[in-house]
Ligand binder design. Sequence first.
Ligand SMILES: C[S@@+](CC[C@H](N)C(=O)[O-])C[C@H]1O[C@@H](n2cnc3c(N)ncnc32)[C@H](O)[C@@H]1O
Length: 226
Amino acid sequence: MSARQTVLDQLFFGRDPLKDFPAGKFATDLQGWHSQHPYLTRAIEEARPKIVVEVGVWKGASVVTMAKAIRERNLDAVVIAIDTWLGSSEHYLWEKFIPDLDFEFGYPRLYHKFAANICNEGLREQVVPLPLDSINGFQLLKAKTIRPDVLHIDAGHDYLSVMADLKAWWPQLKDGGILIGDDYFKKPLIGQGKWPEVRQAFDEFFAATPHTKFESGDGKCYVGKP
Ligand SMILES: C[S@@+](CC[C@H](N)C(=O)[O-])C[C@H]1O[C@@H](n2cnc3c(N)ncnc32)[C@H](O)[C@@H]1O
């Protein structure tokens, strides 16, 4: 049985959430940030994973990068894409994101854009969406003993959210696995602190947590688990 079907059996009692999705009704819209970062493909190449988890998905651009890397290598692997698809606080702070959330009677339809992108890119067989918040997603995967080989954290960007994600998800990452963190800027330009709370949470967490490597560049960090 494929890795994806195993995950569908575990998380959705065999049902496929993307089956029959009317992707043709939506144009592909792969808006994202650092979504083609080389760390994403490097992790797939190095870990040769069965299970990849992304926490914080938006329209799926970084999921697409990892799912394509899986497909190109013909790996039996799946990306579990975890998001509420309701946006983060900054998407409500800045008016420019309101059209992206695509509200219908006050409730976002962002998930539809994600699902369409995955289907339009022909990546349905590499992706399973899980519409939960980070901590509930973690609790579900823990209960089902699903442990990622590769983990990409890109959900809330405030200290409390990032620290909560690290405390929950790092123990769930398989031994020898790889964690990629988004919006980690080691040296922000003076006066333009880019997501300083992301950096603060990562630096504090890994000052006290054993790891085999910690690299960073172009807005992401790459951490190895012993
Ligand atoms: C910066 S976007 C992700 C971008 C995406 N990884 C990419 O590269 O295109 C952040 C996403 O995190 C989600 N998010 C924020 N807090 C979350 C939480 N606690 N649990 C699940 N998703 C969350 C938001 O809904 C949003 O879609």
